[in-house]
Design a protein around this ligand. Structure first.
Ligand code: FAD
Length: 511
């Protein structure tokens, strides 16, 4: 059955190509030609070209698109990512002493009968190991610069959960190639204007080259320019800057100083007086960026902070400044237009939620896409679910900031309860007496699970006081045995798994 529906994707960054490829795969552009998909992008505007960190969901997305992992790693200079190491977030460093904690992708180990969390909480604070180290083997593996898998393990599979770091520009190229192979038509031209019909929906878009394109559904992936959802349809943007304060980034790439330099399989996120610095090890270079709040740190000071982090080799790099406003469109699906990626919203780079939000949106568009009937039928539900997802991410990101004991004004303001979303404040109050649990969250609107919250809370030194109900947790000996097993497995895995750099070199040399 052919419905003859057409989709026009505007923008050829990660959002545009991922959307086009995913919809082509899901809606079967090539096999039954039910739907046609065209993507227009302006090479002269170009793409934002940042966004080197991802979340494990990317593996199933790439697999679904039929992309080969080895080829993907080679084509995008990718490395494995097992989590994020947060440095100096809990406290301002004193006399060269730095606090740190790890947020791994692996869930805490648990057996059917015993959750380890209460038993860790009840241990002596002064002598217990850090939370992530006690409950998962991934912490030690990553700290030992080991990979999450062995060379012979299958595509997208491994004993440990992982995502990737990659070169964002090359990712868009890989996705473009795949989308075109899946039947997407590619047009390189710049959209000059969108014309509306008498009901206020998009009637057509007109390009600089003088061509006109009409479609049933327009997907706005035009990045921060938001050509359709913002400029043509005027859908309001909801800023969240009263909660999340960073609004600028200064990004650069630094080649390694020697070919065998250690290669971390985690993002290092180091807090500074008015934000944080990302440090990501790609195959040929490190991607480093200073994220900051312009209300607290001037551009010149941000450059000094980045220079202080990079050291003398800062003279070799040309940092690029990117301004952003944290927030999102409350109606991302409006009439016959749906926005995906930066056009829909952006919070900030922490926890790599950019691609996660794109994945959430396209999975929903693919499922809800009306092959028949009004094309805006899913709009209300889509907006409801995406708004909840954005709000939940705002809270999760805020959690990283609001628990800090750092003293600079940026951090004190972050800890001010008036800047913390009400639901998060309520949960924090409850978590003083019990750890986060699965009923705190509604899975369909969450990108992060309760254990992600546990890693951040307990990494930051949050106190959940189970002392008065200690006798409710009698399986102390069983828990002790499990902690010991986690430790033994960690040591074995940190020994058995290959060095991260060796695995990346093996992948790049093979085939
Ligand atoms: P863009 O890459 O900007 O693409 C927009 C496209 O639209 C381009 O092809 C452009 O040419 C086209 N276009 C625009 N106007 C027109 C027009 N008039 N006519 C034709 N074409 C047009 N995400 C993560 O997941 N992890 C991270 O670690 C991460 N870090 C980030 C760090 C920073 C500083 C920033 C700003 C973002 C980060 N992100 C991250 C978000 C991530 O970069 C984006 O989600 C992702 O790149 C998608 O961008 P996009 O495709 O929406 O926009």
């Amino acid at each position: 059955m052919r419905s003859g529906r057409s989709i026009l994707v505007v923008g050829g960054g990660t959002a545009g190509w991922l959307t086009a490829a995913y919809l082509a795969r899901h809606l079967g552009v090539t096999d039954r030609a039910r739907v046609s998909i065209t993507l227009i992008e302006s090479p002269e505007i170009g793409i934002v070209g940042v966004g080197e960190g991802t979340f494990p969901t990317i593996r199933s997305t790439l697999k679904y698109l039929g992309i080969d992992e080895t080829q993907f790693i080679r084509a995008t200079s990718a490395t494995f990512k097992q989590g994020i190491r947060f440095v100096d977030w809990a406290e301002t460093p004193v006399d060269g002493r730095h606090s740190h904690y790890f947020h791994p992708f692996e869930a805490p180990f648990h057996s059917e009968e015993t959750s380890l969390i209460p038993y860790w909480l009840l241990q002596d604070e002064a002598t217990r190991p850090p939370f992530a180290e006690a409950v998962t083997i991934q912490n030690r593996v990553a700290e030992a610069q080991r990979a999450p898998k062995r060379p012979h393990e299958g595509d997208f599979d491994g004993p440990l959960n992982y995502a990737y770091h990659f070169d964002a520009t090359r990712l868009a190229e890989v996705l473009a190639e795949r989308a075109v192979a899946l039947g997407v038509r590619h047009v390189a031209d710049r959209i000059e204007r969108a014309e509306l019909d008498d009901r206020g929906a998009i009637a057509r878009v007109v390009t600089e080259g003088g061509e006109t394109f009409e479609a049933d559904l327009y997907v706005d992936c035009s990045g921060f320019r938001a050509e359709l959802i913002g400029q043509a349809l005027g859908v309001p943007f909801k800023p969240v800057q009263d909660t999340l304060f960073t609004d600028r980034a200064l990004a650069c790439k630094l080649p390694y100083d020697r070919p065998d330099a250690p290669l971390e399989s985690y993002t290092v996120a180091t807090a500074h007086e008015g934000g944080w610095i990302w440090d990501i090890g790609l195959a040929g270079a490190r991607g480093i960026g200073c994220v900051y709040s312009s209300a607290h740190v001037s551009d010149a000071r941000a450059e000094e902070i980045l220079s202080g982090y990079v050291g003398p080799r800062f003279a070799e790099v040309t940092p690029r400044r990117i301004a952003f406003e944290a927030g999102y469109r409350t109606r991302q699906w409006e009439r016959n237009c749906v926005a995906v990626g930066l056009a829909a919203g952006f919070m900030e780079p922490l926890e790599s939620t950019g691609v996660v939000l794109i994945e959430a949106a396209i999975a929903m568009i693919a499922e809800l896409f009306p092959l028949n009937g009004p094309v805006d039928a899913p709009a209300r539900r889509f907006n409801e679910l995406m708004n909840a997802r954005y709000d939940n991410i705002v809270s999760f990101l805020k959690l990283h900031y609001c628990l800090s004991r750092r003293e600079e004004p940026f951090w004190r303001r972050n800890a001010d309860p008036a800047t913390i979303p009400e639901r998060l404040r309520d949960l924090l109050d409850q978590w003083r007496y019990r750890p986060p649990g699965r009923f705190d969250f509604t899975l369909d609107t969450e990108s992060f699970a309760y254990f992600n919250y546990q890693y951040i809370l307990y990494g930051m030194g949050f106190q959940t006081d189970l002392g008065p109900v200690r006798e409710e947790f009698p399986l102390v000996e069983e828990a002790k045995a499990i902690f010991a097993r986690v430790r033994a497995f960690s040591e074995r895995a940190a020994h058995d798994l290959p060095p991260h750099r060796a695995l990346i070199e093996h992948i790049n040399a093979s085939g």
